[in-house]
Design a protein. Structure first.
Length: 156
């Protein structure tokens, strides 16, 4: 359970960074990220609606949210071998060509990790790949600028 919560928290942090780097730099952006967009799912939806993530990434984020909710909102024992968790993990997909970093500077293609029979490995591998991709996108995204027009109080 802790592995799921931590993996999703790291993915959420990467989503917040992506959104923060995209938004106009102002207090309203901070208020959105700390209010209306606080939470994994709301950040996922915002990133998708702004065109910052692909359909495939969004589909995986939906599955990750469902897996997280299973672990976070149950009083029953759950692990990655529970049928419902296993079923959701089997639906996780990745882009060909993603490389997961490994110790010693090497990496393995994500397809190998996702072909694993272990639902835990599928989940953690995909969360790792999503985090890396979101952080890379955050570094590349262009921050929006405030539009200045005749309605603006301030002149450029």
């Amino acid at each position: 359970m802790i592995q799921v919560i931590v993996s999703v928290a790291l993915t959420e942090s990467a989503l917040v960074t992506l959104l923060s780097n995209f938004f106009v730099e102002c207090r309203n952006s901070e208020n959105l990220l700390n209010g209306a967009l606080s939470g994994f799912w709301k950040c996922s939806e915002a990133a998708y609606c702004l065109g910052l993530i692909s359909d495939g990434m969004f589909d995986n984020l939906k599955l990750i949210a469902q897996i997280r909710n299973l672990f976070a909102h149950t009083t029953e024992f759950l692990d990655f071998d529970t049928h419902k968790v296993k079923s959701l993990c089997s639906k996780l997909t990745a882009y060909k060509g993603w490389i997961l970093p490994m110790s010693g500077g090497r990496g393995i293609p994500i397809e190998i990790a996702l072909n694993s029979k272990s639902p835990r490995q599928r989940f953690t591998s995909l969360c790792s790949a999503l985090c890396m991709t979101l952080i890379q996108k955050a570094a590349q995204v262009e921050r929006r600028k405030t539009i200045r027009d005749t309605w603006s109080k301030r002149n450029p």
